[in-house]
Structure formats: C-alpha cells, structure tokens
Design a protein around this ligand. Structure first.
Ligand SMILES: NC(=O)c1ccc[n+]([C@@H]2O[C@H](COP(=O)([O-])OP(=O)(O)OC[C@H]3O[C@@H](n4cnc5c(N)ncnc54)[C@H](OP(=O)(O)O)[C@@H]3O)[C@@H](O)[C@H]2O)c1
Length: 272
C-alpha cells in the first residue's frame, strides 16, 4: 500500500478532542477509532448491534481515551436526533461517515422499493443529515474534518447493484461540493474511495476476496491511510496504484466499452 500525499499531518488539536464515527463498531470504523485513541482523540461510535459497539468501546477506552456508543439504525427516522443527543456537550472535531456497504442486490425492474430506499437512506440521506447536524459546529470552530467512505463502485454502473453504485457516485460529487464550501471555513472534507476491503461485513456476506488479480486491503491499513488523507480532499483513492488505475479506467468517456468491459471482467473473475 502506498502512503498518500498529505498536505497536513494528523493533528489532534484540529480533529479532536472528540470524533463521531458512524459505522464505528467493527472493520475500518473500529480501526479508525483505535488510531484516533492512540493520538489522544475520544470517539462516539454509532452502529446497530450493541455487542460489537460495547466491545470496541472497551478496546478504545483501554487506549486511554473516552468513548461513547450509540446503538441506532441509520435508516430509521430520528437516527440523527438520537446521535445528536448522545453528542450533546462534546467538542467534535471529526466526522467519519463509514457505514454504507451494499445491503441489496437485485435486477432493478424486479426490485423491492423498500430495500432500494434503505440503500439510499444509508448512503445518501443519513450522511447528509449528519453533516447538516454537525457541520455548523465545525465551521464555528474554524477547524476540523469530515471523512465520507466512498467506493470504486461509484465510478461506473453495476448490474444488480445499480442503486449502490449510483449512491456512491452521488456521495463523491456531493463531497466535492462540500469540500469547496467547507475549506472556506477551515474544515477539511474528503471522500475516501475504498476498493475491496476485508471487513467483517464483507466476510459475513461471503464475498470471495481471493480472486486472481483482485487487490484486497485490510481494515487496519485502510484506517491508517484514512487518517493520513483527511487533508488530501476532495477525493482520495485508497489502496495504492492498482485502485488508482481502476478509478482512472472507470472514469473514461467511452462509457459503453468501460461499463460492459468491467462487467464482463467481473463475471469472468467470478466464473459465471
Ligand atoms: N468492504 C469493502 O470491500 C468496501 C469496498 C468499497 C467501499 N466500502 C465502503 O466502506 C464502508 C464500510 O463498509 P463495511 O464493509 O465495513 O460494511 P458496513 O456494513 O458499512 O459496516 C460498517 C459499520 O457500519 C455499521 N452499520 C451498517 N449499517 C448500519 C445501519 N443501517 N445503521 C447503523 N450502523 C450501520 C456496522 O455495524 P452494524 O452492522 O452493527 O450496524 C459497522 O460498524 C461502506 O461505506 C462501504 O460502502 C467497503
């Protein structure tokens, strides 16, 4: 994995004393919390399952900082208000919007619209609400950061997960605009683009990550790269040269060739 070019090194004065990590109970989110703790930054961790939240919070506290947990489903109404209540009185310097893996695969014309809506709510509505809730606090301080977890899937259309890839495309373009606005207030914004990453969610989903030619990142190395990328917005492609080349290829203008070619390659890799 390559080290990103970062105009700023991680500064706990800027991004602390508290961070909100939405999707912080496991995988990349938990690894970010550990690394923040090592730099003296306390965390509020948000996820659905209480067990992993409590376990991760204990491990964060063991590193000498404070940690709060918020068990809530981000796709339920009122989730942002619940998070805001849990963060009452905290000086938040960093927002990490990590939760967002795809939850629904289906050919669109056959899709259950309630499931489609959940993918949109998790990847678009919830991050926007949370940024709208906590963004004014960051601009008022005149320093801080916002990290939104993106995906290489957001650079081109995918069959059977057209909503997820489109939601990630939305996220990236939204973040580019937000980066322009927030830099005027001294706040760093970055969309970190992940390639295939060996997270507990991907392992549970049974994704075959050991296909030949596939670059696979580990959550701990991704977390380290995320913290090094906060000042390198608006977009940072994580995971080195292979992923950067993939993004470059996917961003070309000959869309039919690119989209159909990537689809064919993925099918061949998966042997179907
Ligand atoms: N892993 C990859 O290969 C990969 C590749 C490209 C991009 N990404 C991006 O990286 C981010 C993290 O992905 P991931 O693989 O770790 O899976 P994930 O399912 O997004 O899980 C990450 C965290 O979010 C929480 N979470 C998920 N859904 C939630 C909900 N509805 N409400 C509250 N919390 C929720 C999870 O805990 P609970 O399950 O307990 O809620 C967990 O703590 C996502 O944005 C994903 O799109 C991942």
């Amino acid at each position: 994995m390559s080290t990103p070019v970062n105009p700023k090194t991680f500064d706990a004065e800027t991004y602390g004393p508290w961070a909100l990590i939405v999707g912080g109970s496991e995988g990349v989110g938990a690894e970010i919390a550990f690394r923040l703790a090592d730099r003296g930054v306390s965390s509020v961790l948000v996820a659905r399952k209480t067990g992993p939240l409590e376990e991760t919070a204990e491990a964060v506290r063991a590193r000498g900082v404070d940690c709060r947990i918020v068990p809530v489903d981000l796709t339920e109404p009122g989730a942002t208000a619940t998070i805001a209540e849990a963060c009452e009185g905290l000086d938040l310097g960093l927002l990490v919007l990590n939760a967002g893996a795809n939850t629904y695969g289906c050919e669109f014309v056959e899709a259950d619209m309630a499931q489609v809506q959940k993918v949109i709510d998790l990847n678009i509505t919830s991050p926007m609400q949370i940024i709208r809730q906590f963004g004014p606090g960051l601009t008022a301080r005149g320093r801080g950061g916002i990290v939104v977890m993106g995906s290489m899937a957001g650079y081109l259309g995918h069959a059977d997960m057209s909503i997820y890839s489109a939601a990630k495309a939305f996220s990236r373009v939204f973040v580019e605009g937000l980066w322009l606005e927030m830099r005027e207030h001294g706040v760093d914004v970055v969309e970190v683009i992940l390639g295939v990453t060996r997270t507990p969610a991907m392992i549970r989903a049974g994704l075959d990550m050991d296909l030949p030619g596939m670059t696979v990142s580990e959550p701990a190395e991704v977390a380290e790269e995320v913290l090094a990328s906060i000042g390198a917005g608006p977009v940072h492609v994580c995971g080195g040269e292979g992923n950067r080349k993939g993004v470059e290829f996917s961003s070309g203008v000959d869309r039919g060739r690119i989209v159909a070619g990537a689809h064919k390659r993925m099918k061949a890799l998966r042997g179907n």
